[in-house]
Design a protein around this ligand. Structure first.
Ligand SMILES: Cc1cc2nc3c(=O)[nH]c(=O)nc-3n(C[C@H](O)[C@H](O)[C@H](O)COP(=O)(O)OP(=O)(O)OC[C@H]3O[C@@H](n4cnc5c(N)ncnc54)[C@H](O)[C@@H]3O)c2cc1C
Length: 295
């Protein structure tokens, strides 16, 4: 693959494993902003194609999925699964005395899993000679990115192609009271390890809400899920939403559907106690659900 260069200047010539030559007058053929699964997989692929690649990351390698998404939730779920199965072991003749969920250890193990996997991705990037540039990237020109690190240092990097793989941010719905103490998003919840939440209300019966409801209910907390649409998992097949509702209810989760939350209020002086009202669409009643934490 021989590409023409659009600018005069010092040429960096790369001879790839397959003997193809790439010539570029930029520091990199491809600069990827964001080292989440989108960014690092693209980097591996581009490197395989013989490009000189760098990834810019302002936080931790692995992005949302590894650091505050898919992986930490699955690590917590593994612990809560084992706890639930053991707690119900007597039904199949396996009795355990003094069973106890060590919430601190569950949180620590989750962090250990993340460290190991993060090390794996960093190791692969290093092995493939993909540069990881730490800092926040700002595209300042067609081929130029300015990177600012946490202590204010800056570097200007040039690349033939720039790929934006910056992911997304947690969305806080515009419900009055959502800025009250005790109202948290999924990132803050994961930062709490697996701390006990005796009364936990989750607004939103999508995949993430249901995953957290399952984890905390299996660990023994009282969980309420409130969904504005007429079923859980509203974007997936109807039957699945109904079946998940039954599964959650068997675990002791209170599930409210057709219940758009109107507002969140702090009613008592106790830490983080919030009340919310969720009038069901068909029966326009007002309902208040008490909680210690609200996701
Ligand atoms: C709680 C939770 C559970 C989830 N569970 C699952 C699951 O089970 N299965 C599943 O498929 N998906 C799951 N997801 C979704 C999954 O995490 C995302 O789809 C995936 O991480 C998107 O990858 P990405 O590379 O596009 O973005 P991200 O993973 O968000 O990575 C983007 C990266 O870009 C960096 N960045 C942003 N701006 C800049 C900048 N200016 N300069 C430098 N770096 C920057 C960020 O720090 C971040 O590391 C879950 C998400 C959450 C929140």
């Amino acid at each position: 693959m021989l590409r023409s260069c659009r600018r005069a200047g010092p040429y960096i010539s790369l001879l790839t494993k397959k003997g193809r030559t790439i010539m570029s007058d930029f520091q990199y053929d491809l600069l990827i902003i964001g080292a989440g699964p989108g960014g690092y997989e693209a980097a591996f692929y581009a490197q395989e194609l013989g490009m000189k690649v760098a990834v810019v990351e302002k936080d931790k390698v692995g992005g949302t999925c590894l650091n505050r998404g898919c992986i930490p939730t699955k690590a917590l779920m593994h612990s809560s699964d084992v706890y639930r199965d053991t707690a119900h072991g007597a039904e199949v003749g396996v009795e355990v005395e003094g069973l106890h969920a060590n919430r601190k250890r569950i949180g620590e193990r989750k962090d250990e899993v993340l460290d190991t996997l993060r090390g794996g991705i960093s190791g692969l990037l290093k092995k493939k000679k993909i540069d990881v540039l730490e800092g926040t990237a700002t595209i300042s020109g067609e081929n130029t990115v300015v990177i600012t690190n946490s202590v204010g240092g800056t570097a200007v990097v040039t690349a033939d192609k720039i790929m934006v793989a910056t992911g997304s941010m947690p969305f806080m719905p515009p419900i009055p009271g959502s800025d009250l103490p005790g109202v948290i998003d999924s990132t803050e919840l994961l930062d709490m390890g697996a701390e006990e939440i005796p009364e936990f209300v989750i607004i939103g019966g999508g995949v993430i809400g249901i995953e957290f409801a399952t984890i905390y209910a299996d660990l023994g907390d009282h969980v309420t899920v409130i969904e504005g649409m007429d079923r859980l998992l509203p974007v997936i097949d109807k039957e699945i939403g109904r079946s998940i509702k039954m599964t959650l209810e068997k675990k002791g989760v209170d599930v409210h559907v057709s219940s758009p939350v109107q507002k969140i209020e702090q009613k008592a002086a106790a830490r983080g106690i919030a009340n919310l009202r969720s009038p069901a669409k068909k029966q326009p009643c007002q309902q208040t659900v008490r909680c210690l934490r609200l996701l």
